[in-house]
Write a protein that binds this ligand. Structure first.
Ligand code: FMN
Length: 181
């Protein structure tokens, strides 16, 4: 069982810590995990060519942009479960994570039925960020398992909150249990 986490923060901060905590819970429940830090990757913007969809119903499923997404596509397709994390920017998900989502256009039908959890962290208010993650999950036909949010401004703030840590570990375990059902 493999869980892949996707971190949509451009800094080493709360989102990364929260995803690591969640993945710890998944490991304790018996899963293998991998965390992909989008900030370390060369992922260009989707250019909207739709060549990944050429052929009508017979999707080509290949993106012509040669960057780090080419290594990430197989990881997404092979993952048994996913965990997406985002800082809240202007009450929405981060641009880094949205750009990543757009680039999943070639493979999103292959994500169908995979269980997914979401994490969002904001200074004052989560706004629509969790809804943004749920919308992506629903468009892809994935199974939404749950989410954890936190309020934090400085990069290490969320890690001081033991309650958030507990909720994250529990959600990691719940994600693994969802794989078994
Ligand atoms: C461009 C930008 C926009 C932000 N917009 C919001 C916002 O709308 N609401 C909010 O409560 N916090 C907002 N924040 C604060 C971040 O969500 C907060 O610092 C969070 O802890 C960042 O997570 P990270 O440490 O994982 O990067 C914003 C921060 C930045 C840099």
């Amino acid at each position: 069982m493999k869980i892949v986490g996707i971190c949509g923060s451009p800094r080493k901060g709360n989102t990364e810590w929260m995803l690591r905590k969640l993945l710890e819970g998944a490991i304790k429940a018996g899963a293998e995990t991998e965390l992909i830090l989008l900030r370390e990757k060369d992922i260009r913007a989707c250019d909207g060519c739709l060549s990944c969809e050429v052929g009508g119903k017979q999707r080509k499923g290949i993106c012509r942009i040669q960057d780090d997404m080419q290594h990430i596509y197989p990881k997404l397709v092979e993952a048994d479960g996913l965990a997406f994390g985002t800082p809240v920017y202007f009450e929405m998900l981060s641009g880094l994570l949205k750009n990543f989502m757009d680039r999943t256009c070639p493979v999103w039908p292959k994500l169908e039925l995979k269980p997914i959890v979401g994490i969002a962290v904001a200074e004052e208010g989560i706004g629509t960020a969790v809804e943004n993650l749920k919308t992506y999950s629903s468009v892809c036909g994935m199974r939404w398992v749950g989410h954890v949010t936190a309020l934090a401004k400085t990069p290490e703030r969320a890690s001081k909150d033991k309650n958030v840590g507990r909720r994250l570990e529990l959600l990691g375990r719940k994600l693994v249990h969802a794989l078994r059902n």
